[in-house]
Design a protein around this ligand. Structure first.
Ligand SMILES: C[S@@+](CC[C@H](N)C(=O)[O-])C[C@H]1O[C@@H](n2cnc3c(N)ncnc32)[C@H](O)[C@@H]1O
Length: 136
């Protein structure tokens, strides 16, 4: 699962700026952040409720504040698929910074998600995932 996700993640940076720095709030095992660093991104911080490698800080992403985000850092992640958490996360992240997400591609068709997803600026399907940008 992670290997497949990681390959799809590699497609995401195509729409990102040439140079960018970011935080990864649901960094898990670090597969996505590795892809982003390989694409030229600079990772300023990585968090997860249950980090699965060193260098990723244990933290509930919903408690992140502007102090955790240096100026003009993007938030980039492939967040949890649980809609109960995903929706508050999208809203919280977008309130803090421009946010780039890899999320399930059925979001647009899902009645509960439709309103939130319609606010996303870019909605780029990547297999069963989409890359989307929530501008601040
Ligand atoms: C789809 S996985 C992301 C994997 C990771 N980005 C990677 O590339 O290895 C979703 C992650 O969200 C984390 N997560 C779930 N709820 C969270 C929360 N409230 N705050 C931070 N991380 C959370 C899970 O522990 C899991 O690692």
């Amino acid at each position: 699962m992670l290997r497949r996700t990681s390959r799809r993640c590699a497609a995401a940076p195509r729409r990102l700026p040439k140079r960018f720095h970011f935080i990864e709030p649901c960094a898990g095992k670090g597969a996505l952040l590795d892809s982003l660093i390989a694409a030229g991104g600079e990772c300023l911080a990585a968090f997860d409720m249950e980090p699965r490698r060193t260098g990723i800080e244990r933290c509930d992403a919903l408690t992140l504040t502007p102090a955790d985000l240096p100026d003009d850092a993007l938030i980039i992640t492939n967040p949890t698929h649980s809609r109960d958490l995903l929706h508050p996360m999208i809203e919280h992240f977008a309130s803090l910074a421009s946010t780039w997400l890899l999320i399930d591609s059925d979001g647009k068709e899902n009645e509960r998600s439709a309103e939130l997803v319609s606010q996303l600026q870019i909605y780029q399907p990547i297999g069963r995932l989409v890359s989307s940008l929530a501008p601040r």
